[in-house]
Design a protein around this ligand. Structure first.
Ligand SMILES: [Mg+2]
Length: 120
C-alpha cells in the first residue's frame, strides 16, 4: 500500500513540486496545507505516514506546527523544508523531533532519499 504523505507549504508552487516528486515515486498525497494551523488540523484528520513541513509560513510557522504535531503523536514522521540560510531553525526543528530536512530548490533524489530514511 502506498505510504500517505501530507504536504505543507504556503507556496502553491512548492506544494506542486513536492506532490509531483511524490506521486511519480509511488507515494499517495493525502492532503495539502498552506499554513501551520492547517497542517496541525489536517494531521489529526488524515494521520499521514509522513509530513513535509515548510518552515516559513503565515499564521503558524513550521517549527510551532512541528511541536504541536509531535504533542499529538510522538511517532510522527516529519521532514522540514527549508530555504538557504535557515540552519538555526533547522537545528531547532531536529531538536523538536523532525527526522530530516530538505533544502529548496528541491532535488527529487534527495527528497525521496530523506522520505525513505524517515519511514524506515
Ligand atoms: Mg514558506
Amino acid at each position: 500500500m502506498a505510504e500517505r504523505v501530507l504536504i505543507v507549504d504556503d507556496a502553491a508552487f512548492m506544494r506542486m513540486m513536492v506532490k509531483d516528486i511524490l506521486t511519480k515515486n509511488g507515494y499517495e498525497v493525502v492532503g495539502e496545507a498552506e499554513n501551520g494551523q492547517q497542517a496541525v488540523d489536517m494531521y489529526s484528520e488524515h494521520k499521514p505516514d509522513l509530513v513535509t513541513l515548510d518552515i516559513t509560513m503565515p499564521e503558524k510557522d513550521g517549527i510551532q506546527a512541528l511541536k504541536e504535531i509531535k504533542e499529538k503523536d510522538a511517532d510522527a514522521n516529519v521532514i522540514m523544508c527549508s530555504a538557504m540560510g535557515q540552519q538555526a531553525m533547522v537545528v531547532d526543528a531536529i531538536q523538536a523531533g523532525a527526522k530530516d530536512f530538505i533544502v529548496k530548490p528541491f532535488q527529487a533524489d534527495r527528497v525521496i532519499e530523506a522520505i525513505q530514511k524517515a519511514l524506515s
